[in-house]
Design a protein around this ligand. Structure first.
Ligand code: NAD
Length: 361
């Protein structure tokens, strides 16, 4: 079936109304909507509006708590820890990031932890916020509270999840912010869901089936318990695996969050914990010099002759900017399965499928 293509303004209106019907106050619905639609615009459909049906299910199951306020449980100089109390992660992580930005501007550095948060979505959102404030940031995130779906290097079954990492640099005047933001699994689980919804296979070397053998069938990841799911492999073999391990410990254990260790409950749906380190580079070096070096390095890297003439060398953040420009102009494609799931979620939230479709399309 063909994709539906929608303008971002309409999609924002439909998603915000859906989330408000599900019980969110206007601010919460607005922040979650902006996060999701921006993820779609930036080409990360895995973390876009397609997540809404899962959120509505989590609300109904009592796993995602609405209208929570971030509770600071540690506030000690540059160190901050916020308990999200299973609230909407897009709001909780943004509020923590804003506190960390203010602290880094005051003290030169902030080391901030977010614990017990529902899904925080695209981690780059928080990195971009830091970069827009002229700061540098490092983010380590774990994914706990549900079964483990990513296999360690040399392993055959899930022992952790897609544990993303994000690193950012501010704009220079010549260059926009550099935003590196990725899952440590070979592909994000949401991208496996998108492939399943589109009836497509995933690239070889990405998934293992329940017996630990390579497969390209995304359906192996979406079996209900007690059936055993397959597992995604880490990117870069031992290197991605090593980064995932550090994201698990830095992102959760170091800030008092829930790790994936088997003695912890796996009944929360999804729990994200995050460590973010935000640095004011002006406290370390001369900003003109830093910006000059960023520009020189980016120009030098980009001048490498491309292997394929239509695929020039990019830097992290470029693909998202290119996608955003194209989708602002042409609209956001939404596959038919996701569209059907959104209509069903609108019914479940009390908005109604017809009203949602009228607003969003
Ligand atoms: P990905 O594999 O698409 O990689 C994205 C990163 O690589 C971006 O920084 C992008 O700018 C950069 N990039 C892509 N092509 C490039 C090129 N040719 N040259 C230079 N840089 C390039 O991302 P992913 O692993 O699929 O992750 C997608 C999103 O999922 C991320 O935003 C991540 O934060 C999010 N995520 C969230 C969770 C969670 O639990 N909240 C878990 C996993 C992933």
């Amino acid at each position: 079936m063909k994709d539906i293509v929608v303008k971002h303004e309409k999609l924002r209106a439909g998603i915000a109304a859906l989330l408000e019907s599900s019980g969110s106050e206007a601010r919460e619905a607005g922040i979650v909507t902006d996060h999701l639609v921006e993820a779609n615009l930036k080409g990360h459909d895995s973390h876009g509006v397609g997540m809404v049906p899962a959120y509505v299910r989590s609300i109904k199951e009592g796993k995602l708590k609405l209208n929570r306020r971030l509770k600071l449980v540690r506030d000690d100089g540059p160190f901050l820890v916020g308990d999200a109390q299973m609230g909407h992660g897009h709001v909780m992580a943004l509020d923590l990031t804003d506190l960390a930005i203010a602290r880094a501007k005051r003290d030169g550095i902030a080391v901030a932890g977010l614990i017990m948060s529902h899904h925080i979505g695209r981690v780059g959102t928080y990195g971009e916020r830091c970069a827009e404030a002229g700061l540098i940031s490092l983010h380590f995130v774990n994914v706990a509270g549900h079964r483990a779906l990513v296999a360690p290097f040399r392993g055959t079954d899930g022992r952790f999840n897609t544990n993303p990492i994000c690193l950012t640099l501010p704009a220079t005047g010549k260059n926009p912010p550099t935003i590196l933001d990725f899952a440590t699994s070979r592909i994000a689980l949401g991208k496996v869901r998108v492939a399943k919804n589109k009836g497509k296979q995933v690239p070889p070397g990405t998934l293992l089936n329940a017996k630990g053998k390579p497969t390209t069938d995304p359906k192996v990841m979406f079996v209900d318990p007690p059936a055993k799911p397959g597992a995604v492999v880490t990117f870069g073999e031992h290197k991605g695996y090593g980064l995932a391990l550090f994201a698990e410990i830095f992102g959760a254990a170091l800030v008092g969050g829930l790790t994936i260790a088997p003695e912890h409950p796996r009944t929360y749906g999804v729990v994200n914990n995050m460590l973010e380190i935000v640095i004011d580079p002006a406290r370390l070096t001369d900003m003109q010099g830093l910006k000059r070096e960023i520009d020189a390095v980016v120009a030098y890297f980009k001048a490498s002759p491309p292997a394929k003439s239509k695929e020039p060398v990019l830097v992290p953040g470029d693909p998202e900017r290119l996608s955003r420009a194209a989708r602002l102009a042409k609209g956001i494609p939404i596959d038919a399965t996701t569209w059907g799931e959104l209509r069903a979620a609108a019914d479940m939230a009390g908005l109604g499928a017809a009203k949602f479709a009228a607003l969003a399309k």
